[in-house]
Unconditional design. Structure first.
Length: 628
């Protein structure tokens, strides 16, 4: 039975909640508050009856010594332990009970904080895990204070303990003096020793045992989780810094080398443009018009492949009645099949593959085919840009395209390992497509799969930023998530399919897959840890340094985004939305990556998820998109 995405959301949320609970409880348990003062006084016991009440343990050094002195004197006592100490030293707590002493609770983190119901519950949970019991002995509200915190003279302490002719004597289980006092009291004639209460502990319930096991694990292993958090943050920070340096260095170098190596003559081969379309009635007219209005000096044929649309996409394309435009209808078989059908019908060897929601500028085709002057180039990626960038969501996607995808392509072009020629604007040499057997339907990201296959077949993939194409980005958060979820999942599929490149002596294995693994999988998985740790430090651990480091990184990333906009010939005005993008939009992209990975681990076969179109690009006059 197919699992629904809700299962993955639950997995993510429960995982994050568990991590935050573990580290928060660890911080809580590690904090030692000031002891709550306990009023002195006398508990009603018969004259000559002494109840020794040890507080604050168990202590691995002093409690065993106290037990030895009590055993030597033949005296039984009541130990009011703290839950955190029981969790740290359960063997000492078990020894207290095994030697016939009574056990009670004085709090969780420090003596006296049993007045807090939460602390009391945690302390009971610690006893349940270590001893399997629940005690009714909670604190000792009326006692004779032995004075062992203020005085060291045994004689004085004994006299203070006997001042009321009996009662509950308050001692502290953090030094040998408590045992010494008990030994001297045992020598005093006319006194007998009793427990604070004759009521024995009860057996802990299953719920208390389970709660105890969870809190004990959190207290003991929270430090390890924090170390792992710190390691993850360090790796994420290094990856983020490395990516920024690569963006600033390689992208500029790539632009400079491309200008220096530009072939002098203008390359103008005949071109076939294949447009696969499924329910693109709102955009197909603008797309086809923009392609037909190109100023490429050689022949350009346009083949629209309607893949079983139900909204009249093919009719809209045919009604345009444009010269050089052919419409093919087929039953719905998926985008790869539509592309392969168009390629088979194409007359030329240079093939431009473009989505049905994309608009070309008049010179896009001419710019896109220039790298094919080099016979070693098998594919070319154009510069996909967000056309409907109005509104905050549109601006965020515009920034993502410029500062993310397009900048990545410039880096990877310099390394000769571009992994994706986008469906919005890309071109292929027919020979390269023939070498890899056409467009495969093995993954949800057919463009990434195809590009990797072309590179592994020995062809070079180039990037032409001057070949601009305007695409309609999702206009809702739901649509955005569906699109990016499919992209991310498909990219992981393609990476797994082409994992053999890692052992090949080619650029895809040496750089491409490693780049995707580091910056498109590992970094998005680790970066949320930094955000969580900042929240943890700011709200729980009183450590504002994490917020300062995060702010510095945000400033560096904003500067890098500004550089990317300039490099892409874009205005810096949308940059004001970048910090907010990092706070909100970036988190959504993290969830997309995490969800995609969990989907793969769950073994779910993801189906194609289309995005609802708005037609915001269809009114662009003359193939030119006007954006704000």
């Amino acid at each position: 039975m197919r699992r629904t995405p809700r299962l993955h959301w639950i997995s993510i949320l429960l995982g994050l909640l568990a991590l935050m609970c573990v580290v928060s409880f660890h911080a809580y348990a590690a904090t030692r508050p000031e002891p709550v003062p306990v009023a002195g006084g006398h508990r009603e016991l018969p004259d000559g009856a002494l109840a020794l009440a040890f507080h604050g343990g168990p202590d691995p050094k002093w409690t065993p010594r106290t037990l030895e002195r009590l055993d030597a004197a033949g005296v039984k006592a009541t130990f009011f332990v703290t839950g955190a100490q029981v969790t740290r030293h359960p063997d000492v707590a078990r020894r207290i009970v095994a030697e016939g002493h009574r056990i009670g609770i004085d709090g969780f983190r420090a003596e006296g904080d049993h007045v807090n119901p939460l602390n009391l519950a945690f302390a009971q949970a610690a006893l349940a895990d270590a001893l399997g019991v629940h005690t009714r002995l909670v604190g000792a509200p009326a006692e004779v204070d032995s004075g062992d915190r203020e005085y060291q003279d045994i004689g004085t302490l004994v006299r203070m303990s006997l001042g009321q002719r009996g009662g509950v004597v308050r001692l502290h289980d953090d030094g040998s003096i408590g045992g010494d006092i008990a030994r001297e009291l045992a020598k005093q004639p006319g006194y007998r020793f009793v427990f604070v209460s004759d009521e024995p502990p009860e057996e802990a319930s299953a719920r208390e045992r389970f709660t105890g096991a969870v809190t004990t694990w959190s207290q003991r292993n929270g430090g390890v989780v924090l170390v792992l958090f710190g390691t993850a943050i360090a790796i994420a920070a290094l990856l983020g810094l490395l990516r920024t340096l690569m963006q600033l260095g390689l992208a500029h170098t790539d632009r400079r080398l491309r200008r220096e190596n530009e072939p002098p003559p203008w390359f103008a081969p005949p071109v076939s443009v294949v447009v696969p379309a499924y329910n693109e009635a709102l955009n197909i007219a603008a797309t086809v018009r923009s392609i037909a209005a190109n100023n490429h000096v050689a022949d350009v044929e346009v083949i629209v492949v309607d893949d079983g649309s139900t909204d009249g996409t093919a009719d809209v394309a045919e009604e345009l009645d444009l010269p050089g435009v052919t419409v093919i209808r087929q039953t719905n078989q998926g985008k790869p099949a539509a592309l392969n059908a168009g390629v088979r019908e194409a007359a030329h060897d240079v093939l431009v593959l473009v989505d049905g929601d994309t608009i070309f500028e008049p010179d896009t085709i001419g710019q896109l085919v220039q790298p094919f002057a080099d016979t070693g180039v098998g594919a070319v990626s154009g510069n996909a840009k967000v056309g409907n960038r109005q509104g905050l969501l549109g601006r965020w996607q515009h920034l993502e395209y410029c500062a993310g995808s397009n900048l990545d392509r410039q880096i990877l072009h310099a390394l000769r390992c571009i992994p994706t020629v986008p469906g919005a604007v890309g071109a292929f040499r027919r020979a390269a497509l023939t070498d890899v057997g056409g467009v495969s339907d093995d993954t949800m990201a057919e463009d990434t799969d195809l590009t990797m296959a072309v590179t592994r077949a020995g062809w070079r993939v180039a990037y032409r930023p001057e070949a601009k194409a305007w695409t309609e980005a999702p206009a809702s958060v739901h649509g955005l998530f569906r699109q990016r979820y499919r992209w991310s999942y498909g990219t992981f599929q393609a990476m797994w399919k082409h994992r053999g490149a890692l052992v090949e002596n080619g650029p895809m294995g040496r750089f491409g897959l490693l780049y995707l693994l580091a910056f498109h999988l590992l970094l998005p998985l680790l970066a949320p840890v930094m955000d969580l740790f900042v929240l943890y430090g700011f709200l729980v651990a009183d450590a504002p340094l994490g917020l300062i480091v995060w702010t510095v990184f945000l400033l560096i990333q904003t500067a890098s985004a500004g550089y990317a906009l300039r490099l892409d010939g874009e205005s810096l005005r949308p940059l004001w939305a970048y910090p907010l993008q990092q706070l909100v939009y970036r988190q959504l992209m993290y969830v997309v990556v995490i969800q995609s990975l969990i989907t793969a681990l769950h073994g779910t076969q993801l189906r194609w998820m289309s995005v609802r179109r708005t037609g915001r690009l269809m009114d662009a006059p003359g193939g030119t998109v006007h954006v704000t």
